[in-house]
Structures are given as C-alpha cells and as structure tokens.
Design a protein around this ligand. Structure first.
Ligand SMILES: [Ca+2]
Ligand SMILES: [Ca+2]
Length: 605
C-alpha cells in the first residue's frame, strides 16, 4: 500500500471545514465518513477500482495516510485488480466529500466531473433539422479551431452510423452501427452528415484543436431489418406493457439484420429475432399500433416504469438479458474506440435499457481505451428523483443530462416573468448532484416540433445560459441551434405545418464563454433572494484573480447589493446591456444592475 494523498485547495478546505462544523465532527472524521460511504457499495478487493470525481488542482496539500481509512472501511484492501494502484497515485476529495478519483501522475484526467472543475464546455454539434446534405463532418472540421478559440472544450457529435433513413436519418433510427458512411446501405453510402472518412477527419481536426469528442451511442434498438422471420409473439398495447392484449400468435417480423452491403466487414454478427424482445410491426397484419413481445422473452428489467415497463421504445428492442447481445455491444464498442479514438459517449434513451447493463459496458470501454472516458446518459425525466435513482445504480461512471433543470427553464420561460426565480435551481441535478450533471438549455428533442418538445423561449435563453455557464456546478452543453440559429419547417402534432425560426444567441454565448474561462473561478456567493432578480458572485482564485457578479431578472430590471470582496473597484457589464459602471464600496460590496428580462455579467476591471 502506497501513501495516498488527499489533495485539497484552500477553497475546498474552507467548504469542508464548514460541513465539519455544521455536523460537529472533526475534519478527519468527515473525510473518513465520506470515504466509507463511497467505498462500501463497491468494495475494491479483486476488481478494478477507480475513484471517480473531480480534479481540483490543489495548491495546499493535506497529506494523510488513507490506507488506514480504506482498511477500516473495506477490510484488508487487496489491490490486485486489473488496474492496480500505483504508489504515486493520488486521491482527491470533492467539496461534498462524495467522489474521489485516482490521478495517475502524468496521466490525463478528463472525464465529465473533472470538466466541471476545469470549466469545460461541451457543444451539441447538431440539431434535428440540420441540412441532410452530408456537410456536417466537413463543417465541424473547418470550424474546430474557432470552436476551441471561442471556449468550447468538447463536442458531442450526432450518431455517425447508418440509420433506416439512409442519408436523411438523424441517426437515432439506427440500422448498422458499423457503417459510418462507408457502405451502400439504405439507399446511400454516406450518412446524413457525410462519409466515414470525413467523420474520422473531423475527429482528427477536433482533437488537433484540443477539443474532446463524444460519440452518440444508440444501443436500445435497431430498425430496418433486411429480412423477416416468423416467430410467436404476445401483443401488448403501447400504453400498457404489463397486461397482454390477446393470445400469443404467429407474427412475421423484420428482425434479421445481415447487412448485405457490408458483407461481414468489421463484424460477422447477424441479428436474429432471438436477440430482441419485441417489435411494433407485424408484416402479416401490417399492424403497427401494438408491441409484440416474442415468445420466451420478458421486457428488460431496471427500466423506466412509465407504461408499466418502458423497455420498448421503437424498432427492434434489444434484449439485454441475452448474452450474445451484450457481447456484441462490447465488441462494437471496442471497435468504435479503436476506429475513432473518441473521448467518451453520449448514451441515448437509457431509461429504456436495463440499468445494470451500463456499469459493465462502461468499465469494458474504459479498460479497452486504457484511459478515462466521459459518459453522459439521456434519461429523459423532469423528476430529479428518477435521475438520482438511476445514478445510484450506475455509481460514478456516468453523468446525466439535467433534464429537471431544463424543465425549470422551460416553465420559467413560459411564465412571462411570474416565475419565482428563487426556485429556478431547485430539484435539479445541478443543485443536488453537481458533479454528475450535464446542464443544457435545449436539445434536438426539446426543440420546436420535436418528440419531447419543451421549448425554452428565446427571451429566457440568455438567462438560462448564464446559469449553466457562469456558476460552478455542472458541465454545461451549448446547443448548436442556440449558437448558430436555425430555420426550418415541419408538421406539428396538430398536423399543420409550421415555420420555425430559432434565433442565434452566439454573440451573448461567446461573451459568457469568455467570462466562464476568465472569471468563473473561485468561491461563489449566491443571492437567490428575490422573486424576480437573482444573482451570484465569483471571487476568483490565484490563477484568475478577477471577480465577477452576475445578475438576472425574469421580470423588471433593477439592482441588488452583492459582495465581491473588492473594495473600491470598478466593474463593467460584459453584455453591454447596462452602460454605467458599478463602483464597489469600502467593504467590497456593489449594487449591481440588470435590465428587465435580461442578464448582466459584471467583471472587475
Ligand atoms: Ca428481455
Ligand atoms: Ca429497450
């Protein structure tokens, strides 16, 4: 057992002392309790053990013998796993005392939790109505240096493999995970975004610009089978996956995927009906309003309980209880990592996939990559408790999109100034589980006319982006259509056509990104104390010593006294909404202002 260090910076120490004081325990006891709480659910003996957490680059070292604490918590610690601990590895403890991470000396650390602390910013580089002219990969390659320059540190790219819709498929109607725009399948060689070569060149360009790349992994379903098979199935109503509606009967289903265009390249695996649980289309009756559960199959467990059991979403639903399926997904993941070198995954539709599947799959991916991979899951629920339940099952391997926060933004933006802004962050991952929260304002599903439409109105977006980009909690994700704008036409749920214009917020977002990089550092003081106007200050740190004050209002404009600990200093509004500078008083407080329905970002000159 080597000596392990807990490395803390001043600010973190201050926070820990507060927690210790509040709990009337010593700092050592607090740390010990935190370690135990973390270790007990997953004792390290005999398995790969990684502390996942944040990467405070501490300056003041608080060294302690953690081996003793580990032994207390877990019994004799046996580091004989696949990834044994090296003596010079360090443990870092986050400000809530929850997550820990080994940092191999000299190794790279870049997972999502760390990105929170490094002020990382992700962009979702696509939206539902991105042109289907095959231009996305080339465009993003060209823009890579500018995106890095603007302050982005990672890109989430759309599903890169062939969908049933061929060159028009957004990518979620996945047909062949091995066809990255290389084979004549589903009517085209390329995907909506370009060819395999263009995709790999785009990733190379992004990495050359020091941007991370996250791939979109759609593992829940397959669609567009090459041939039908005959099997027995029991029908269920779409809305009730518990009570069968009819006797088992013979069905003809498109469940045989043999990929004639690819001819076994990269993988000889063929999908058959036994790899799936259910489909929603019977070619005999041409009915598609039911879910047909195959003979001998069960809908997978540990999924969302909407509709009784929400394992089935669309197409041919993968049976994760089938070992051949799990093995194939691991083979594919390894191939994908080797082929593309991506830094992590955005995992699609995970509330429809057995939660127990991902810990092993992600561990296999990390092991294969030989480095940390970032993973963020799309668990679409506005209920933060559902998100907690999922994360409790996953442990620290995965972050989740903060859907709860998105819905707060959505609701606030629809209330025309009558939202209680003191509550805007309540019941969100950002507030309750900041190191596993990927915060976002809008995405390709929530945008107007899409499946999970829950629009954040344009007037509110500057406020929402200030909240995700300038506070210390969460790993923010900027939506392509909010940055560049978007115009499109589609049918609404009422069957009528609508023309949608999503305005570009780039001018403001660029300023916020600048503020995030240079000013959103150090301790944060909150002033969520008024129905309309809420704000916070950031006090800076050694590396970024300038202070910042942010004030926003969903109602009338006005001022608020906030402390920035800079006596007699001059602050200006980076957004240029308010032209008059603010001068702080002798005590380091200032009365900062913002206009109605607006945000101002005050930076120390
Ligand atoms: Ca199953
Ligand atoms: Ca499923």
């Amino acid at each position: 057992m080597g000596t392990l260090q807990i490395q803390l910076n001043d600010e973190l120490m201050e926070h820990l002392r507060h927690i210790a004081q509040a709990q009337a325990v010593s700092l050592k006891t607090l740390v010990r309790t935190a370690l135990k709480a973390y270790l007990q659910p997953q004792p390290p003996a005999g398995q790969r053990y990684s502390f996942i957490g944040i990467g405070h680059s501490g300056k003041r070292h608080l060294s302690t013998q953690v081996g003793e604490i580990l032994s207390d918590a877990c019994g004799p610690v046996c580091w004989t796993g696949r990834n044994p601990v090296m003596p010079d590895q360090q443990i870092q403890l986050d400000s809530h005392g929850i997550f820990l991470r080994y940092i191999p000396s000299g190794g790279s650390i870049f997972p999502g939790e760390t990105m929170t602390e490094l002020n990382g910013v992700m962009m979702q580089y696509f939206h539902w109505y991105f042109p289907d002219d095959g231009s996305l990969w080339n465009e993003v390659a060209e823009r890579a240096p500018a995106l890095a320059q603007a302050g982005f540190t990672a890109l989430w790219l759309p599903p890169a493999y062939k969908g049933i819709g061929g060159s028009r498929d957004v990518g979620y109607g996945v047909y062949d995970l091995y066809d990255l725009g290389e084979f004549e399948q589903k009517g085209s060689v390329r995907t909506k975004y370009g060819t395999r070569q263009q995709y790999l060149q785009a990733i190379a360009a992004l990495r050359a610009a020091r941007l991370q790349v996250y791939a979109d992994a759609v593992l829940n379903h397959r669609i567009g089978g090459d041939a039908t098979e005959i099997t027995q199935a029991t029908p269920f109503l779409q809305d009730d996956r518990v009570h069968p509606r009819g006797e088992p009967r013979e069905v003809e289903v498109y469940t045989h995927f043999h990929f004639p265009g690819r001819r076994g390249q990269y993988s000889p695996f063929e999908w058959r009906w036994r790899h799936f649980d259910a489909v929603d289309y019977d070619a005999r009756t041409q009915e598609s309003n039911k879910v047909y559960l195959f003979e001998g199959k069960q809908f997978d467990d540990q999924v969302s309980l909407e509709k009784g059991n929400f394992a089935y979403l669309m197409g041919c639903d993968l049976d994760f209880q089938n070992e051949e399926v799990r093995d194939e997904l691991i083979r594919w993941g390894r191939w994908y990592l080797d082929t593309t070198g991506v830094d992590g995954f955005r995992l699609d539709a995970i509330k429809h996939i057995a939660a127990w599947f991902f810990p092993n799959w992600l561990d296999e991916m990390t092991e294969h990559a030989g480095r940390d991979l970032f993973a963020v899951g799309e668990y679409w629920s506005p209920d933060v408790n559902a998100l907690h339940l999922y994360l409790n099952r996953l442990g620290p391997r995965m972050s989740l999109f903060d859907v709860a926060l998105h819905y707060n933004f959505h609701v606030a933006s629809r209330m025309g100034g009558n939202y209680d802004m003191r509550r805007i962050l309540d019941n969100t991952l950002m507030q309750q589980r900041p190191y596993q929260a990927v915060t976002f304002v809008e995405n390709h599903d929530s945008q107007p006319l899409q499946a999970l439409e829950s629009v954040v109105e344009p007037w509110f977006k500057p406020l929402a982006y200030a909240m995700i980009l300038l506070r210390r909690e969460g790993y923010p994700c900027v939506f392509h259509a909010d940055y560049y704008g978007a115009e499109y036409e589609d049918k609404g749920r009422d069957g009528n056509s609508y023309r949608i214009v999503m305005p570009s917020h780039r001018a403001l977002i660029d300023k916020l990104l600048h503020a995030r990089r240079h000013y959103a550092h150090g301790p944060q003081h909150d002033y969520f104390d008024h129905w309309n106007r809420v704000g916070w200050t950031r006090l800076g740190n050694d590396e970024f010593p300038k202070a910042m004050a942010v004030l926003l209002s969903d109602g009338p404009g006005g001022g608020k006294w906030m402390e920035v600990r800079r006596p007699n200093a001059r602050f200006v509004d980076l957004t240029e909404q308010v032209r008059e500078p603010v001068y702080t008083n002798d005590a380091g407080w200032g009365e900062f202002h913002c206009q109605g329905g607006s945000v101002s970002v005050w930076i120390e000159e």
